[in-house]
Write a protein that binds this ligand. Structure first.
Ligand SMILES: *[C@@H]1O[C@H](CO)[C@@H](O)[C@H](O)[C@H]1NC(C)=O
Ligand SMILES: *[C@@H]1O[C@H](CO)[C@@H](O)[C@H](O)[C@H]1NC(C)=O
Ligand SMILES: *[C@@H]1O[C@H](CO)[C@@H](O)[C@H](O)[C@H]1NC(C)=O
Ligand SMILES: *[C@@H]1O[C@H](CO)[C@@H](O)[C@H](O)[C@H]1NC(C)=O
Length: 326
């Protein structure tokens, strides 16, 4: 039995972490370069425990968020309990893996924000992450794991993602010259970016004047499942009643918007956008489609069938969404 006791002094609070590791032989403890504290078993050099598996509120370079499929071990972030108490707080950042993977920020079990799907370049709802010259984000989805990780391309730049107590996810970068952390982005970005802000439960009719959610061309607020959002690609609208399947249908392209919740989307990485569009056109239950991989001219297929899943259905006016009939 090995017990490792780590002490961290945070103002007046002493946070104590005790590890319970079942009967291992002699171990060595090493602090690796990226900041990972590992316990290595002497005889077979097996890592028996590592600090990166138990993050608190920070995600730092080389730390992974997500599921190790081999052991069913899920790594997620949780906010602190109080500003001076690193105990487990109410907010957490987790990877949600059904459908096409997304990251969710939760307060308890209530989603506060979702990242949008990983579109092979970035999380679709975080356009600021396009600047890959500084932060290199990567996403792995294979038989061993489904995980998100980032590194900084220019080593002297420090960056961290933090789940804070105020219901926000923040990314900070360290400004060497000023000697302080700067917020690079905050999510949710604004009221619009909150989960289900423009969902079907919104009181559309009564508050139109002050409500920032808008509707897509041909879409009626009372039938929210009939529209589609797509980042840089196309969507399809089905008008209630008339000529739905086959003739008379159109596609509406929606740009610069976060695609709907992909938790319930169908994913096929193997087909082209054209094939995706064609399948959606042919299949009556298909409400819309999007490219799963936006790199290059777009490929792969995300499609929504029947409904749009949970909430998060409307376009927010403050998202700078543009759309046009085609
Ligand atoms: C500990 O080391 C001994 C001798 O090398 C080995 O027989 C034993 O299986 C090891 N125990 C564990 C839990 O790995
Ligand atoms: C970005 O990360 C990927 C995966 O970890 C790595 O293969 C690639 O070399 C990195 N690119 C840069 C510019 O650091
Ligand atoms: C995707 O296509 C590749 C080769 O083009 C094939 O090996 C693979 O099995 C296909 N995957 C699926 C899920 O159809
Ligand atoms: C995404 O598209 C790019 C450009 O067409 C391609 O090189 C890459 O292999 C695709 N990635 C996946 C995971 O399909």
């Amino acid at each position: 039995m090995t017990w490792l006791k780590l002490l961290q002094f945070c103002s007046s609070v002493v946070h104590c972490l005790s590890l319970h590791i079942p009967s291992v032989n002699a171990t060595v403890t090493q602090l690796l370069d990226p900041g990972n504290l590992v316990l290595i078993q002497n005889d077979d050099k097996r890592v028996v425990w590592q600090g990166f598996d138990y993050p608190t509120h920070h995600l730092i370079p080389y730390m992974k968020l997500g599921l190790d499929r081999r052991t069913d071990f899920n790594r997620f972030l949780t906010s602190w309990k109080f500003p001076t108490d690193p105990g487990t707080g109410k907010n957490s950042l987790r990877k949600y893996t059904s459908g096409s993977a997304q990251i969710f920020l939760y307060q308890g079990s209530e989603p506060l924000w979702r990242s949008g799907n990983w579109n092979r370049l970035r999380w679709s709802g975080l356009p600021v992450m396009m600047h890959r010259t500084i932060i290199n984000a990567s996403f792995l989805n294979n038989q061993d794991e489904i995980s998100y990780m980032f590194t900084v391309v220019n080593a002297p730049v420090f960056s961290r993602m933090t789940v804070d107590l105020d219901d926000y996810l923040q990314r900070y970068t360290w400004q060497e010259t000023k000697g302080k952390w700067f917020s690079f982005y905050t999510a949710p970005r604004d009221r619009c970016d909150k989960y289900s802000r423009c969902g079907p439960n919104s009181n559309w009719d009564n508050s139109l004047a002050e409500f920032e959610c808008t509707c897509l061309v041909g879409f009626e607020p009372k039938s929210p499942r009939d529209w589609f959002l797509k980042d840089g690609s196309a969507g399809r609208l089905r008008k209630e009643g008339a000529k739905v399947c086959g003739n008379g249908e159109g596609f509406v392209k929606v740009e610069d918007a976060k695609p709907p919740d992909t938790t319930v989307a169908r994913v096929n990485m193997n087909i082209s956008m054209e094939a995706c569009r064609e399948e959606c056109r042919k299949e009556c239950s298909c409400s819309g489609y999007a490219a799963a991989n936006v790199s290059g001219s777009g490929s792969g297929c995300l499609s929504w069938h029947g409904g749009w899943g949970r909430k998060d259905l409307c376009v927010c006016g403050c998202h700078h969404s543009r759309y046009a009939s085609i």
